[in-house]
Design a protein around this ligand. Sequence first.
Ligand SMILES: *[C@@H]1O[C@H](CO)[C@@H](O)[C@H](O)[C@H]1NC(C)=O
Ligand SMILES: *[C@@H]1O[C@H](CO)[C@@H](O)[C@H](O)[C@H]1NC(C)=O
Ligand SMILES: *[C@@H]1O[C@H](CO)[C@@H](O)[C@H](O)[C@H]1NC(C)=O
Ligand SMILES: *[C@@H]1O[C@H](CO)[C@@H](O)[C@H](O)[C@H]1NC(C)=O
Ligand SMILES: *[C@@H]1O[C@H](CO)[C@@H](O)[C@H](O)[C@H]1NC(C)=O
Ligand SMILES: *[C@@H]1O[C@H](CO)[C@@H](O)[C@H](O)[C@H]1NC(C)=O
Ligand SMILES: *[C@@H]1O[C@H](CO)[C@@H](O)[C@H](O)[C@H]1NC(C)=O
Ligand SMILES: *[C@@H]1O[C@H](CO)[C@@H](O)[C@H](O)[C@H]1NC(C)=O
Ligand SMILES: *[C@@H]1O[C@H](CO)[C@@H](O)[C@H](O)[C@H]1NC(C)=O
Length: 757
Amino acid sequence: MKVVKLFAVIWLFTFTLTNGGASKRKLYIVYMGDHSFQDSESVIAANHEMLTSVMGSYKGAKDAVLHHYTKSFRGFSAMLTSDQAKQLAESDSVISVFESKTYRKHTTHSWEFLGINNLEKYHQPLMDSTSNVIVGVIDSGVWPESKSFNDYGLGPVPVKFKGVCLTGENFTLSNCNRKIIGARFYYKGFLAEYGPLESFNHTFFLSARDGDGHGTHTASTIAGSVVPNVSVYGIGKGTARGGAPGARLAIYKACWFNFCSDADILSAIDDAIDDGVDIISMSLGPDPPQPIYFSDSISIGSFHAFQKAVVVSASAGNSFFPKTACNVAPWILTVAASTMDREIQTNIYLGNSQVIKGFSVNPTEMESFHGIVAGSAAAAPGIPPRNASYCKNNTLDPALIKGKLVVCTLEEIRDDRRAKAITVKQGGGVGFIFVDPLARDIGAQFELPLALISLEEAEKLQAYMASEKYPVARISKTMTILPTKPAPEMAMFSSVGPNIITPDIIKPDITAPGVNVLAAWSPLSTDYTGGRSIDYNIISGTSMSCPHVSALAAIVKSGHPSWSPAAIKSAIMTTATIQDNTRSIITRHPNGSQTSPFDYGSGHINPAAAIDPGLVYDFDASDIIDFLCSTGASPAQLKNLTGETMYCKNASTSPYDLNYPSIGVSSLIGSISVHRTVTYYGEGPAVYKAELDYPAGVNVSVTPNELRFKKMGDKMSFRINFTPYKTSSGEYVFGALTWTDGVHVVRSPISLNIVSL
Ligand SMILES: *[C@@H]1O[C@H](CO)[C@@H](O)[C@H](O)[C@H]1NC(C)=O
Ligand SMILES: *[C@@H]1O[C@H](CO)[C@@H](O)[C@H](O)[C@H]1NC(C)=O
Ligand SMILES: *[C@@H]1O[C@H](CO)[C@@H](O)[C@H](O)[C@H]1NC(C)=O
Ligand SMILES: *[C@@H]1O[C@H](CO)[C@@H](O)[C@H](O)[C@H]1NC(C)=O
Ligand SMILES: *[C@@H]1O[C@H](CO)[C@@H](O)[C@H](O)[C@H]1NC(C)=O
Ligand SMILES: *[C@@H]1O[C@H](CO)[C@@H](O)[C@H](O)[C@H]1NC(C)=O
Ligand SMILES: *[C@@H]1O[C@H](CO)[C@@H](O)[C@H](O)[C@H]1NC(C)=O
Ligand SMILES: *[C@@H]1O[C@H](CO)[C@@H](O)[C@H](O)[C@H]1NC(C)=O
Ligand SMILES: *[C@@H]1O[C@H](CO)[C@@H](O)[C@H](O)[C@H]1NC(C)=O
């Protein structure tokens, strides 16, 4: 079972599940590529006929099918035995048959931090035109009553929209409006893999209504209307808004209780493309390792989207470590997560009036001091102190923690923090303190007061506790600190490259705010809000940064309706910045460690620059095919992806020659030249000059190093020549190529692995 996560999930969702019941038959996706049937009915009839031939009966076939993919491509998902799957795979019209996997889903100040308010001031016509842009959000649904989804001031639904407002449990036609213009939901894949929704013992709605909060949060971050005076218990107070408050939302609910089935996601992508969305935002993805593109539903579905001019923006994952970035296909915009210049700080006051700086979302002030005890000093009988320090269930002695603040540590970075908090609460603790490297990255909430502290602060706390016989402390209400420096910093949890599938494409592509983002929430989702019902919530994850980039894509699209997904991606990437607000290179939590493009790709989004990038690196689906050919893709693999029989041209392109807006060579052997072409988007003639930031161990030149454009739309090609003089011993070295006309700065990071001279 593959999985992707939503938020910096550690705190939040950590369900463990067993595969529900499908012991013999499993859920398979049967993919048949493009089709020439007249309508959906004929596709369904043909699907049934094909399945009848392997199942033996029409009824059996009909019962086995969960979804028919009839629009943007042909296929179906069905419960099959492995023999039946094999038989289908042998059929001529079938391109591939793969077992469905499961994915996990991986504020307001963030848009101020990104300077979007100025953008509106100076580009009002542009912002108004975002009302023609439709963003499809594949997630856990939406809470339609949230003020963030009011449609005040919006014109009629764009005529190009072909979607529907599907009614269902607690979701009527009146829950759609001129903001939420479409709503669909998908659950058959989930049921087949996990069994009945009821067995999760959680609130859910068999409709697009969101019981989780995640989908409401992501949708409102993208296109939420402007709502003044919003906060979470007074924390992070301000005006809540999406990045493109004029844009429309089409909601595709394919995730339930933090899990999303492959089969359901593919159905949602098929519908979204056909409904006429401009952007698909997917804050979900596979757990590492990323599967090859030819058998991954997100890669396949988003390739079709790319072909049909739909931008797909997806989260890179919350997996901390190198080589864990997911959703890394070149036709996806892959988003990492970083901080903004706001911290939500929860101080701990010690008996000696020292203050320890902690982090959490803590709504109440502890009135009095309480004794403080380390988990290791409160071990249950027979438990070694070290084990007790992790505060796992049944390791603490209730007699020793009752009425106390308990200090807990982590065994592993992925520990389930919430389970530890429950242990402390069940043992009668009155609050708890976690020593956690992720402290600043997750705004944790719980029924009891809590604060997460860094290792450095933990040393101060330890010194105090060692110096007192009866150490005491109290945890304060969370304060909002603004502005902070340095910002942005990469979130510790944000998944890191290199790209393990096609290493010549640098991934992630970009970073955006994904730490302690405030946005709308489902008031029924209280498991991770300390049991409190709230309309807005502060959460973290690449799931939160992805919608920022989806919104920016909507803004760029509204300014340049004819641009391809690759051009929009280029505009966002080449204008990104790698500097923080102290003018140093962006660093990484928790230690301010050095970063590279494998952390943030081209850098941090810069909306004002992205709408006028100057030059654009464009590519289309046939360039992608050439690229895949250059990586050795076979016709059978290409067919798996595109649905069509394709052969590679004999022309010897190289994978690093895809006209991508960043430049990667994963195996540099001797001198080479990398080729790129830029298209000029500006008024009148212009001259762009090349500036280089040299990677270590290699001489670089650009020919020509000056590009002269006469008029908008002119294209010019150039070569970047690399002459290595020192191998990089298996490590990557980094640099950049920047074209500038003195006003526009068009930057491409370079990553090289110099194998030999
Ligand atoms: C859902 O609908 C039922 C039946 O109308 C109603 O009793 C219930 O309160 C509704 N739930 C929510 C959360 O609106
Ligand atoms: C739901 O509750 C039932 C009965 O209390 C229990 O057997 C089952 O394990 C629970 N399911 C989950 C997913 O927690
Ligand atoms: C903002 O909201 C708070 C509590 O929700 C309320 O007390 C306050 O009066 C509001 N302020 C404004 C300016 O509306
Ligand atoms: C096509 O996809 C199927 C299902 O994942 C996989 O088993 C098969 O190996 C793929 N074919 C190629 C040529 O990659
Ligand atoms: C303590 O932790 C160690 C390592 O995790 C484990 O092997 C051991 O069984 C634990 N001891 C007890 C009594 O739980
Ligand atoms: C801890 O273990 C006890 C039984 O030993 C069980 O009743 C309780 O539900 C467990 N708590 C958690 C949070 O798992
Ligand atoms: C951060 O610094 C602490 C203390 O210097 C060290 O123990 C820890 O390993 C560092 N963490 C990272 C991720 O570099
Ligand atoms: C491609 O090259 C191979 C081997 O060099 C040759 O056999 C084949 O005919 C060529 N195909 C085309 C379409 O040129
Ligand atoms: C690299 O450039 C330097 C200075 O421009 C030159 O001295 C050196 O010979 C070059 N090295 C190679 C391998 O071309």
